[in-house]
Each structure stands twice: as C-alpha cells, then as structure tokens.
Design a protein around this ligand. Structure first.
Ligand code: PRP
Length: 181
C-alpha cells in the first residue's frame, strides 16, 4: 500500500468484480442500441478502461470530454467551460456519461445539460463512486459502482493535486498529507 494511504476503501479485485457486473447490466440495457460512452477526463480513465472490458455491445463507441467549472457564475447553466470537446457529433445518439465520482453533483448537472444541448437522444450516467453525503443538488447516476462515506479518497483515477491517480485501488488519503498545506 502507498505510504500516504491510511486505508484501502475498495480493492482492485472489488473494482474489477463490480465493473464486470455494471458492464454486463449496461450491455443488456443497450443491447439493441449504439451508445456513445462519454468519459469525463481525467478521473474516469481507469474506470472506463475497466468497464468496457465487460461490455459486449457491438455498436458502441467511446469519446472523451474535459470540462472545468466556474464558481459564482450568474447563471448556473452557463458556468461550465469545455476544455476538450467531444471528437464526434452526438446528435441523436444514446449517450452514457462515465464518471469516477459524483460528489456535489454540480459537474454532472452541467454535463447532462451540455449533452442535451448537443442533441443527444438519451443520456444516462455510470459512476464508479457515489458520495451522497456531499450532494448539493438532487441528481443521481443511473448506474453506481459503490456508495462511499464522506472521506478524502484517491486512486483509480481520483487525485489530490493531480497525484495518486495511478493507484489500482480507491484509498483514504492520510489526513497529514492534505492538512500540512
Ligand atoms: C471530479 C470528478 C467529477 C467531479 C465530481 O473532477 O472526476 O467529475 O469532480 O465533483 P462534483 O460532483 O462535486 O461536481 P475534477 O474536476 O476534479 O477533474 P479530474 O477528473 O480531472 O480530477
């Protein structure tokens, strides 16, 4: 275990097992469709890589998007900036947004609006983690890997100051790592 991790919350094996279950469920639900999986950079990279191993949908595609949020915008709908846009047009497509974590829910709300504005036929969300205690708006992912407590978690894509994304598990960061700033 990494020296800065206090405890492994979700092991590599548990992530693989749950990703398989989610992949199989999503494959059933989208069996007769041609979904576009939209992974939000950067945190969702390990999860989408794991998830698609278990997806058996012939006509699926993957694409990537990076957004950044502004705080204090006049209108909440307009305060998301696209850092990297999708490569393909999703007008009329069945979109599955792939997230590593839903926390306050603000990012998801903005991204869902963006997808609808781009003319997606349907938009659903799969998130590896759900930190419900921190939610500020009433929004839920359609598929959730794990419910987690309100702890500072890193690994499997999640970072603290861009570090720890490469860890193969989700772990709780030691308090002294982020409190010494
Ligand atoms: C993280 C995470 C989600 C979002 C969740 O992204 O990947 O997209 O925050 O938080 P919220 O529900 O409170 O909006 P971040 O902006 O840190 O980017 P990253 O994926 O590049 O780390």
């Amino acid at each position: 275990m990494h020296k800065d991790i206090a405890k492994i919350l979700i092991s590599e094996e548990e992530i693989a097992k749950r990703s398989k279950e989610l992949g199989e469920q999503i494959s059933k639900d989208y069996a007769d469709k041609a979904p576009v999986f939209v992974a939000l950079l950067k945190g969702s990279i390990p999860f989408i890589a794991e998830l698609i191993k278990y997806c058996t949908i012939d006509d699926m595609e993957i694409d990537f998007m990076a957004v950044s949020s502004y705080e204090g915008g006049v209108e909440s709908n307009h305060n998301v900036k696209i850092i990297k846009d999708l490569d393909r047009d999703i007008f009329g497509a069945d979109v599955l947004v792939v997230e590593d974590i839903v926390d306050t829910g603000l990012t998801l709300k903005k991204v869902l609006k963006l997808m609808h504005d781009k003319g997606a036929k349907s938009v659903k969300v799969v998130s590896l983690l759900n930190k419900k205690e921190r939610r500020e708006i009433d929004i839920e992912a359609d598929y959730v890997g794990f419910e987690i407590p309100n702890e500072f978690v890193v690994g499997f894509g999640l970072d603290y100051q861009e570090r720890y994304r490469q860890l193969p598990y989700v772990g709780i960061l030691k308090n002294e790592v982020y409190s010494k700033e």
